[in-house]
Design a protein around this ligand. Structure first.
Ligand code: GLN
Length: 276
């Protein structure tokens, strides 16, 4: 079979498995399996695929047809222009989350210390530290395996951060200028309505925000003032329906509360400044 036919077979297979981005995914898996660049593919698409190439591609297609996310197969996802390792132990970094990073960056100054709660792959903390010169940070997660991924990302990208195995603030010490978090925020009952990729393959503990989805926001808005310095700010990613409730939770201890929309025009980030 030629490379062109191999790709065509991949597309058909993913489309019939109900994969939304079947065309892109079939290509990305071919690129990863052989491997082959786009340019080489265009030159070589008439050549016969070697049997190992066929076998490797086939194995990936089989998994993707079971709706394993593409990024768990290729092991990486780009975020804020940086390449992050991912595994099924961490949520795959989302483009929406770049809004959280961008908002926080507007308020970062040299010398500041930032805390990222529920850090997962570490994508939020590491991109802030990379893009805000002269800053330092701590990332926490309840999952040791997630922290291993975050630590590896820091080392690979050459960005220093401190990693703590901690249930939110449990073992956090000291004070911070900025606290950021994209905590689990899906209401428990809603999880089973999500795409198979998310529902069956992403870590449940990274998704489940309790019965009303707000469990983590309650704890974070309540406890973060103790860890924030004067003028300290809290930045939270939210589900698109949660801006009202999360802003209300912030009212008690925060002022100048703002809601920021994502590129789709949906509410995505809430932030505010701790009351003096
Ligand atoms: N903070 C991580 C991210 O945004 C993980 C979020 C989570 O596990 N809910 O990718």
């Amino acid at each position: 079979m030629t490379l062109a036919l191999l790709l065509k077979a991949g597309e058909d297979r993913l489309r019939s498995a109900g994969v939304g981005e079947w065309r892109t995914d079939a290509w990305m898996l071919l690129e990863y399996a052989l491997p082959v660049t786009r340019k080489d593919y265009l030159l070589e698409r008439g050549r016969q695929a070697a049997s190992e190439e066929y076998t490797r591609y086939e194995a990936l297609l089989e998994k993707r047809s079971r709706r394993v996310p593409l990024q768990y197969l290729t092991g990486c996802q780009e975020f804020m222009g940086l390449s992050f390792d991912v595994s099924p132990d961490v949520l795959i970094p989302r483009q929406d989350t770049e809004i959280l990073v961008e908002e926080c960056l507007k308020f970062m100054r040299s010398g500041m210390r930032v805390l990222d709660l529920c850090t997962g792959s570490g994508c939020i903390l590491l991109s802030i530290l990379k893009l805000a010169q002269g800053t330092e940070g701590v990332g926490t997660d309840l999952s040791e395996r997630a922290l291993a991924v975050a630590r590896r990302n820091g080392e690979r990208l050459g960005i220093h951060a401190e990693w703590l195995l901690s249930d939110l603030f449990e073992v956090v010490g000291g004070s911070f200028d900025r606290i950021v978090s994209n905590p689990p925020y899906i209401p428990t009952e809603v999880i089973r309505t999500l795409e198979p990729e998310v529902q069956k393959h992403e870590p449940r503990m990274a998704l489940d925000g309790g019965a009303d989805g707000l469990t983590f926001y309650r704890k974070i808005t309540e406890q973060s003032p103790r860890y924030l310095r004067n003028g300290g700010m809290l930045f939270l990613e939210i589900g698109s329906e949660q801006a009202g409730e999360v802003s209300a939770l912030m009212e008690t201890h925060f002022t100048n509360i703002r809601i920021v929309k994502d590129l789709a025009g949906l509410d995505r980030v809430v932030y505010g400044t701790v009351r003096a």
